[in-house]
Design a protein around this ligand. Structure first.
Ligand code: AMP
Ligand code: ZN
Length: 460
């Protein structure tokens, strides 16, 4: 397996730290608004990475954080005249709902920054003791000059950052490249007690602490969009390196942008479409196909024509599946067409070339529908299409519709339990609602919150 590592700017052989195990972390959203389809590209891509590794038989631990304390959340709270916790809760729920509608599997761990505050404070304190952090008027900064390797991920050197820094935007900083670990709070802002007074953490510290908590000091893959390389990931890495002298992750993967009219889709440019709006217009799998038809590191323009094309292609896949009876299609463990399977694996093992993998699915769909072909081969193609498509997260709806593993009584009981969960959610009793979700999951029933209500399916 080859993975393009942003650290070395080249494709490298992928060797997990521990044989058979993969530990990966991808930066999640800052919950101050509904996420847009540019963010969706990142969430979907890392979902596919994880699904592929699972299919290969790895024991994968996937962590995606939720940034629930940040300047932008505070600004939005002021705009909406709500406490910051209400904003964070509202958009965290929206994030979970929209991710689920997108068909993104829930991560193994989804920590929120505010849940790890004690660890964040202890971490900063430790950096200070080691001489990598200094306090000034209740703020704490990371001293980039103290870390020789600073800049190794992005290639930006500390001195380069002096160029153009005519005025230090913050006179408390010893160097313009130094970044905030802890911010003294301004009146009216949320606060936590710390050795430096009341304040709150910086974003870069939140992520590094959350990743360490679940994945240890060094893990396999750290991911996000290319906008996160600098400063976010550089600064996460700097803190880890200062703390342990070791890399934070062995492979850094970054997806390219979703653009609109050649410009990055972003909230600040206001040129975005929210995922929930787009999901009202297109099936989630259409969006998945649209993104995966391009290599993850290439930019993609949000072109409606191409989305329509993806929609037609997806219909074609589904119609190819009709060549085989549902129960046979869903049977597990049968042999796949060896050449197709091998090419599919080769494509994904070459730095996740999903565009090639999708082309293989196209070929299989054509084969399945080739009327002058013998039925057995056409059905084999349909079976292979279904099984390989599922690896990339397709055909979820098909599975569910055909599922006959539950008797009417059991299905009724699941619905009944879900109605209790709905009540809990209406009363904002998230703890109860999450417990029902987790308990059902433990029984093998996975649920998704969608605009049309809660949907459920039996896990593979
Ligand atoms: P944010 O909530 O802005 O921190 O973004 C969440 C994730 O979406 C990060 O991995 C970003 O790098 C990624 N992201 C943001 N905008 C885009 C875009 N236009 N295209 C692709 N990925 C993006
Ligand atoms: Zn992060």
């Amino acid at each position: 397996m080859k993975i393009y590592n942003t650290m070395s700017r080249q494709k490298e052989d992928f060797i997990p730290l521990e044989s058979g195990k993969i530990r990966m972390y991808a930066c999640g959203p800052t919950v101050y608004n509904y996420f847009h389809i540019g963010n969706a590209r990142a969430f979907l891509f890392f979902d596919v990475v994880r699904r592929y590794f699972l299919w290969c038989g790895y024991d994968v631990t996937y962590v995606q954080n939720i940034t629930d304390i940040d300047d932008k959340i505070i600004a939005q709270a002021n705009d909406e005249k709500l406490p910051f916790t209400a904003i964070a809760e509202k958009y965290s729920q929206a994030f979970l709902e929209d991710s689920s509608r997108l068909g993104v599997l829930p991560p193994d761990f989804q920590p929120r920054a505010t849940e790890v505050m004690a660890e964040i404070i202890a971490f900063i304190h430790e950096l200070e003791k080691k001489g990598y952090a200094y306090e000034a008027e209740g703020d704490v900064y990371f001293s980039t000059q103290a870390l020789e390797s600073y800049g190794s991920l992005s290639g930006k050197k500390v001195d380069e950052q002096m160029v153009g820094a005519r005025v230090l935007e913050n006179l408390n900083k010893r160097h313009p490249a130094d970044f905030t670990l802890w911010k003294a709070s301004k009146p009216g802002e949320p606060v936590w007690d710390s050795p430096w007074g009341k304040g709150r953490p910086g974003w870069h510290t939140e992520c590094v602490v959350m990743s360490r908590r679940y994945l240890g000091e060094t893990f396999d893959i750290h991911g996000g969009g290319i906008d996160l390389i600098f400063p976010h990931h550089e600064n996460e890495l700097a803190q880890a390196q200062a703390m342990t002298g070791k890399p934070l992750a062995n492979y850094w993967m970054h997806n390219g942008f979703l653009n609109i009219d050649g410009e990055k889709m972003s909230k600040s440019l206001k040129n975005f479409f929210t995922a929930r709006d787009i999901l009202d217009q297109y099936d989630a799998e259409v969006l998945r196909l649209f993104f995966l038809s391009k290599h993850y590191r290439s930019p993609i323009d949000f072109d409606r024509e191409l989305v329509e094309e993806a929609s037609r292609a997806l219909k074609n896949f589904y119609s190819a599946l009709k060549e085989m009876e549902p129960q046979k299609l869903m049977a597990e463990g049968l042999e796949l067409i060896p050449e197709a399977k091998q090419s599919f694996i080769q494509a994904l093992e070459d730095d996740f070339n999903t565009a090639k993998a999708i082309a293989i699915l196209f070929d299989l769909a054509s084969l399945a529908k080739k009327q002058d072909h013998n039925l057995e081969d056409r059905q084999w193609a349909a079976y292979t299409l279904f099984q390989l498509g599922k690896v990339l997260g397709f055909f979820a709806n098909y599975d569910k519709k055909q599922d006959s593993r539950l008797s009417g009584l059991s299905a009724g009981l699941v619905e009944l339990i879900l109605s209790y969960r709905k009540q809990a959610r209406e009363q904002k009793d998230w703890a109860h609602s999450d417990r029902i979700r987790d308990d059902l999951k433990a029984l093998g029933i996975e649920i998704k919150d969608t605009k049309d209500g809660c949907q459920w399916q039996i896990k593979e």
